[in-house]
Design a protein around this ligand. Structure first.
Ligand code: MG
Length: 158
């Protein structure tokens, strides 16, 4: 049996923070404001995976009031989510995602981001897709904030 999940997240760009996307540090003049490392792509992905198994959302499992998660690498959160879906009896068939950012350009980092995600989820890079787009200067998403959508398809282990 297959199950699908959707995830969405957005974080504000602020000075004085490191920009981390897909578990990778990307040199940029601003970073994403958050309790964790602000990795909006991995947060959307965590929510898609949790959604597919009916386990709520990232805020339920990793509350931003909990000091254990202060500045935590979101790769660790993704790892914890992967273990929850394994325990629930599911494997990941594929994940797809969209990053909405006017700058920086994600292209040069895409293959490393895909590798990071595939390693944590224990799937092949071909099962992970990361797309990037700008918002064409329309509204604050992409310029004042970076947003991400993700979907995940899971299959029940035999
Ligand atoms: Mg978030």
């Amino acid at each position: 049996m297959f199950r699908v999940g959707i995830g969405y997240d957005i974080h504000r760009l602020v000075a004085g923070r490191k920009l981390i996307l897909g578990g990778l540090y990307i040199p940029f003049k601003k970073g994403l404001y958050a309790h964790s490392d602000g990795d909006v792509l991995l947060h959307a992905l965590c929510d898609a995976l949790l959604g597919a198994v009916g386990l709520g959302d990232i805020g339920i499992h990793f509350p931003n009031t909990d000091t254990r998660y202060k500045n935590i690498s979101s790769l660790k959160l993704l790892e914890a989510v992967k273990s929850k879906i394994s325990k629930a009896g599911y494997t990941v068939s594929n994940v797809d995602s969209v990053l909405i950012a006017d700058r920086p350009k994600i292209g040069p980092y895409r293959s490393t981001i895909i590798r990071n995600i595939s390693v944590v989820l224990k799937i092949k890079p071909a099962q992970v897709n990361v797309k990037a787009t700008t918002s064409e200067g329309v509204g604050p998403v992409g310029s004042k904030a970076i947003a991400s959508y993700a979907v995940a398809l899971l299959e029940r282990k035999r």
